[in-house]
Write a protein that binds this ligand. Sequence first.
Ligand code: CA
Length: 427
Amino acid sequence: MIEANNPSLKSWLEIPVNSDFPIQNLPFGIFSTNQVTSRVGVAIGDQVLNLSALYEAGFLPTSPDLPFVESDYSSSTLNPLIHHGKSATRQLRARLSSLLRDDSSELRDAKKMHSVCMISQRLVTMHIPVNVGDYTDCYSSEDHARNVGKMFRDPENALLPNWKHMPVAYHGRASSIVVSGTPVTRPHGQLKPSEEEPPVYGPSRLLDFELEMAFITHPGKSLGQPISTDEADDFIFGLVLFNDWSARDIQKWEYIPLGPFLGKNFASSISPWIVTLDALEPYRIPGPVQDPQVLPYLDYTGDSNYDIDLEVEIVTPNGDSKVVCKSNFKHMYWNMRQQLAHHTVNGCNIRGGDMIASGTISGPEEGSFGSMLEISWKGTKPVSMPDGTDRRFINDGDTVTMRGSKRSEKGVSIGFGEVSGKLLPAN
Ligand code: CA
């Protein structure tokens, strides 16, 4: 077991009940305040640890195990920190854990430093945590792929022939990935109202969310060097919640033959705290049986999936809200190690701060579908909202919020916080 995950660890800091950020989590992000420019922070309870302040105060001395220097902590992105690789970031989390545990007096008794090294989360602005070099979106939930296939192709033969042989994916757009809280504007594009009519230009009418998670990478191998499923963990830094906003009408008309483009690249929203893969270790569970057997380069043994409860809430312009989806990250057919192995099997190189999203995470039952397309079944089953309106897709002024956590009565509860975004009318 990774010692920082030990469920018996307690912090001398008071952690609110059911906080997403107990001492066993320690996710990394980029924060600023009125006094402090953007820099690296770690969430603990309702506080943010200011790592550059901890470093300056001597709590994080540079060593072979902890190779970080001041500029890694005062950087406005996590890329320099992630660049040091898995072993270094693991040591850093271990060091922070040991500073915070209740049998450690070092930081606890340095009371004068507390106001410099710890800031209430209420007082910070969170920023996009990494400069995303490349972003890839997978399509790895069987229930999602099956639902889409049933709606648009053949209900009897919903999955395309390649789907169970490889984690299908496309290269997305990194520049429009935004942090939680950033409003998203309804995009314009080409729409085709019906088979018979010619295309028109206008605002998307079928604006949707996609409930996803994404992993962020450490620097990978050189161009031409694949990463195997067994090696993949060493290259995965951590995960965020990911809302892959989608304009279904633009997507439907444009995607043949080259795939997603303007229906997807206008915005994707992420949660600000990157939960490390290490912190998720206790939540690993077996994945699905993959039949047919995968090709050897995709073979993976061990607990491949993660038990993280996910939900999507829509808040209407007048403040009424409804949870429209309860899903779980365990509903993945293809796991992250397979996604990374497939991504690099041709020698494609990954860099530190690349983002690879799961694809929409739908579960098997109604109520666990991860997009309005599926929830309203192409608009045929509108969702009633508490204010008397209904939703087939997302309306102007709606706020979509996704949350991810695992609550435990006896053990440790852990979470990702949330990713939230309000849809603004088209310009
Ligand atoms: Ca997607």
